[in-house]
Design a protein around this ligand. Sequence first.
Ligand code: SF4
Ligand SMILES: [Fe+2]
Length: 354
Amino acid sequence: MIVSICNKTTMGLEGRRYLKKVSIKAQCGRHNQHQQQKESNRVGVVPVISATAATRTTHGAKLSKRSPRPENVDGDFYVDHTCIDCNVCRMMTPTVYSRLGQQSIVYNQPSSDEERLSALQALLSCPTASIHTREPPTDIKMAHDSFPLAIDPNTIEGVYHCGYHSEASFGATSYFIVHPGGNILVDSPRYSVQLAKRMEAMGGVRYMFLTHRDDVADHKKWQEHFKCERILHEHEVTWSTAEVEMKLQGEGPWSLAPDIELIFSPGHTEACVSLLYKTKGALFTGDHLMGNGKGLMMDHVHNWYSVPLQIESIRALLPYDFTWVLPGHGYMHHFNTVEEKNVALRNLIEKESM
Ligand code: SF4
Ligand SMILES: [Fe+2]
């Protein structure tokens, strides 16, 4: 294993930069007052409404933020007013959830068992518990037991979507890799006892690879549960990750296993790192590169370090063989061939360089 280990922490500049980002997020409404909500309030039960969780209608009457948005279609499932527009439910179950007015709604009630299960998986994955059912869902255990979700057993067997997105990372997607050298958690889902049990049954977690400082969410709880080794670049370490077990140094590449390479991809933040699972042709990109539902994109609005450097880090991905892009934010994307991936990367670089 070629991972460099450094016990030196990098508080100070990185910590301040992180705090600045959190502050920006708060202004954007990304971190709202429901951070303290308990897991038990998540499913099928409308939580007790606090005074701060209420707003006023234009007529002056009090309107609970936990009440259904009026735009939801009639039926069992609904989205309330606390939605932070993270897009998770719409990516997971686009036939049920859609976007209206910078928040999600239910625009179609599930019409089959399969669609209902998917809608419940999105309900459990919603980082702010903004999705509800009017009737207690007697089949919720089946939804819990379905995680982590296989992404595509035909092309990337053993790679899973964890679900249980966390508000602390604005609903970033995390992944679970079942690997003969030890299972790997890529970025951090919201801590969930049910998910922990499922991952235990699948062999536990040896490594928790953190792509960058933003998507670390409940990393500490997962480390305490699995005693896994957390990996993060030293220049991404902040006060909350000062104790991570492995701090990458320099510009890599680093190797976790013969077919797992860590690729330095700075730009979105100072020292983001992507994980390449060579035998499956899958690149886990954090917030460096993402799908947009049709092709690839990079996110300028949430670039915290350098757009030109991010473009150069995308260019540096051209020599690598992969067909799956598995991001923290944005859509997963699968190309049929590596050449197709390279055409998309070149087009993106050209567009972003203009
Ligand atoms: S998952 Fe929750 S917070 Fe995210 S868009 Fe859907 S309802 Fe909104
Ligand atoms: Fe990020």
